[in-house]
Design a protein. Structure first.
Length: 503
């Protein structure tokens, strides 16, 4: 416990959801916080900016799902009103419309997973294929997000998991794999089964309304990050962009005393890293301090996935049935989504041109293409789904390539992920890839891990109140009973049968 410094100084590295979450809470508790961001914009993967023609763009459009309780609470606390109403969605393949989802919270509530199964409309997928999804109920119950559950399922690929439980090939190809490509940014044979179970449970299965989603009525940068950062700086936080952190300096006790950005030095009583995996690996390459610890060196075993974000302005109105749409089967091992921004963003609501955001996940093989080739490809895909795009003219476009941008939850990666506390006891880590037990994913997880890192700093420095973190909604009663029974039987099994096989 440190008490000698009346105003402890904290350096936070990285200005995405995690870094801003940590900064915001520590500033509110009277800490002297400096947030260092390598890039020119705030928001990390959710950053937005304007094109040279003054058009707002962002690094991919971001949805906010029903269970994002901590982000919704933040937005309320900031007095913002950034979101659309809950939206419906469609799914397309090159054969046409494949699925249409309702707003689940508007339907009579059924015990999970019956609502998820019963309410979407699948014009092509036969009932027998859909019924094969129920065979997945055992692993869904067995995977309770504990360390043991991650160890049991992480070495297996998601594809092997679905195969071994008898999910039909068609259901896997047309429903589960597209969800993995959009939720974990990778095809099933490249995803950890543990990550697949955790992600699907959080976004789709745990409670009927969980798949409901809202979007910002403009870029997230403008609608949330700008007012949030203004609030942080008004409260005394310092936010510095174009400050890529390169190393740390330790004192005689082996604790961080300063953070280095090349020649610049920032003293600190505690440090929060809130950088993605590629960012961490880059710091590690230049940091003789981090290189001393195997936990940090092991991060070099982790991967990240390429993503592509495009925005196209068309010369005419094209009717798009739903604002949010997912696609599969257009490019092998790549998932994509497209959004009608006229329906989502206030600025485009009454325009005669149509504005479409089309994002591609696991887009490795697309990134080398030139802008015009990518624009042609996007228009071609759009026209396959909605023929009205075939003759529309693209009058402007933005193409944003995001190489190695998002966390790759590859099979076997869990062992290398870090918890918030590190071998350097005043250095904490946060971000959507950090191990915690909250149960959330993506933006909500990044924000929650930022608050958790702030709470570690508070615990260490002994100043201020910890942030309140809203837990994910409890499992439904029948799932609680099934999980309790499963744990009981697993306990008996492990006492009676000596463990000799692989987990
Ligand atoms: C196209 C796309 C679509 C997505 N869609 C959704 C969605 O619909 N819903 C959802 O919830 N999530 C979505 N995500 C995922 C979501 O963006 C991430 O989970 C979340 O933003 C991660 O936040 P973070 O704070 O952990 O990391 P990041 O946002 O990656 O922030 C890390 C920051 O650290 C900075 N940094 C790196 N190295 C250094 C250094 N050396 N010094 C200083 N700073 C450094 C980076 O520049 C960056 O600003 C999507 C992601 C992409 C790319």
């Amino acid at each position: 416990m440190m008490t000698e410094n009346p105003t402890p100084s904290v350096v936070v590295v990285g200005a995405g959801w995690a870094g801003l979450g940590a900064t915001d809470h520590l500033v509110s508790q009277g800490y002297d916080v400096t947030l260092l961001e390598a890039g020119a914009y705030l928001g990390g993967l959710v950053a937005g900016w304007q094109t040279t023609a003054g058009r707002p763009v962002e690094a991919g459009i971001h949805g906010f799902w029903y269970p994002y309780k901590n982000i919704f609470e933040l937005v309320d606390r900031l007095g913002l009103d950034p979101f659309t109403p809950w939206t419906r969605s469609c799914q397309y393949s090159p054969q046409g419309l494949e699925a249409e989802s309702p707003i689940f919270q508007d339907q009579p509530r059924l015990p999970m997973p019956l609502g998820t199964f019963a309410y979407p409309r699948f014009p092509r997928l036969p009932l027998q294929d859909r019924l094969s999804a129920f065979s997945m109920m055992y692993p869904v119950i067995d995977f309770d997000n504990s360390d043991q559950a991650w160890q049991r399922y992480d070495a297996m690929t998601a594809r092997e998991l679905f195969k071994s439980y008898g999910v039909s090939a068609r259901l896997y190809r047309e429903a589960f794999e597209p969800m993995l490509l959009v939720g974990l940014f990778a095809p099933g044979e490249q995803c950890s089964a543990a990550a697949a179970l955790g992600m699907l449970y959080y976004f789709i299965l745990a409670h009927q309304p969980d798949f409901d989603v809202v979007w910002c009525r403009g870029t997230v940068g403008e609608q949330i990050f700008r007012p949030w950062c203004d609030r942080i700086t008004a409260a005394g936080g310092k936010i510095l962009t174009q400050r890529p952190v390169t190393d740390l300096q330790l004192d005689e006790q082996g604790q961080v005393k300063a953070v280095l950005c090349g020649e610049e030095r920032f003293t600190a009583d505690a440090v929060v890293f809130a950088v993605g995996i590629s960012g961490f690996q880059k710091i590690l390459r230049s940091s003789s301090v981090l290189q001393q610890h195997s936990q940090f060196r092991n991060l070099m075993n982790l991967g990240a996935v390429d993503v592509l974000a495009t925005r196209l302005w068309f010369d005419r109105q094209v009717t798009v049935p739903q604002p949010a749409n997912a696609c599969f089967g257009f490019h092998p091992t790549t998932g994509s989504t497209f959004f009608n921004l006229n329906a989502l963003h206030d600025d485009y609501r009454h325009q005669t041109e149509t504005v479409i955001e089309a994002d591609f996940y696991h887009a490795n093989q697309l990134l080398p293409l030139g802008d015009q080739e990518l624009i042609n490809l996007v228009q071609q895909d759009l026209a396959t789904c909605i023929p009205g795009f075939r003759n529309a003219q693209v009058i402007d476009a933005s193409v944003i390539r995001l190489p190695r941008a998002v966390t790759h939850f590859a099979p076997g990666s869990y062992q290398y992920l870090l918890p918030a506390s590190t071998p350097i006891n005043n250095l904490f880590v946060s971000g959507d890839w950090v191990v915690n037990r909250h149960g959330s994913w993506s933006q909500e997880k990044a924000y929650v891990t930022g608050l958790e890192a702030a709470n570690h700093v508070i615990n260490r420095c002994g100043q201020g109140q910890p942030a309140t973190i809203i837990p994910v909604e409890a499992d439904e009663p029948h799932i609680q009973i099934a999980r309790g029974l499963n744990q009981f039987l697993r306990g008996i099994e492990s006492n009676l049968i000596p463990r000799w096989g692989l987990p």
